[in-house]
Design a protein around this ligand. Structure first.
Ligand code: SF4
Length: 187
């Protein structure tokens, strides 16, 4: 299986989720939010293709990573490949964060016609959901660009049937505190 990427995998990121992370930059996004910080990732026809097995090998080769982050682009535009990668990461003891322009609720509706969306959600610990809305942009937000976006504990949300937020990241103006492994990371 292949995945279309916007750039090479990035390891040791400290800005794309909690801890030290390997980021997978997917190519292609249908949302085209005005003011998007990464418009070069919108076109599904550009970027480059990589075998998912090679992505897995690269993930395994990076040392001292807490997790992976699926970003883009929109990872939910390539759900099968992202599911394979997220499943592999979980087996390696890594936690999984994912950015998407879809809302969590929209993904659950999509899952009714194609269960790959639910399968991918079941491998994600933390989802940052929703489009970037330029007039809600706030530089004080941690791990998200606009205040409509939510930092969601996906497994608690699936269990309870209601969106459960990672409360500390919904706050504004929080400082750069020391990394502590939170209880939503199942490693
Ligand atoms: S969902 Fe993300 S990558 Fe896609 S257009 Fe919006 S901000 Fe850009």
């Amino acid at each position: 299986m292949k995945i279309r990427l916007a750039s090479e995998l990035q390891y040791d990121s400290i800005v794309d989720g909690e801890g030290i992370r390997t980021v997978i930059w997917t190519q292609g996004c249908p949302h085209k939010c005005p003011g998007c910080h990464n418009p070069s990732t919108h076109d599904f026809a550009v970027g480059f293709s990589m075998d998912v097995d090679d992505v897995k090998k690269q993930i395994s080769s990076y040392k001292n990573q807490d997790g992976i982050t699926l970003s883009g682009g929109d990872p939910f535009s390539q759900p099968e490949a992202c599911y394979e990668i997220a499943s592999y990461a979980k087996k390696q003891g890594l936690n999984v964060w994912c950015y998407t322009g879809y809302t969590y609720e929209a993904l659950l509706v999509m899952a009714k016609s194609n269960d790959i969306y639910l399968k991918l959600l079941q491998k994600i610990d933390v989802l940052i959901d929703g489009k970037f809305i330029v007039h809600l942009r706030n530089l004080s937000l941690k791990f998200r660009g606009s205040s409509n976006q939510r930092v969601i504990d996906v497994q608690k949300s699936l269990e309870s049937g209601a969106v459960t937020l990672v409360t500390k990241y919904q706050q504004i103006n929080i400082g750069l505190d020391l990394y502590e492994k939170p209880d939503y990371i199942f490693v």
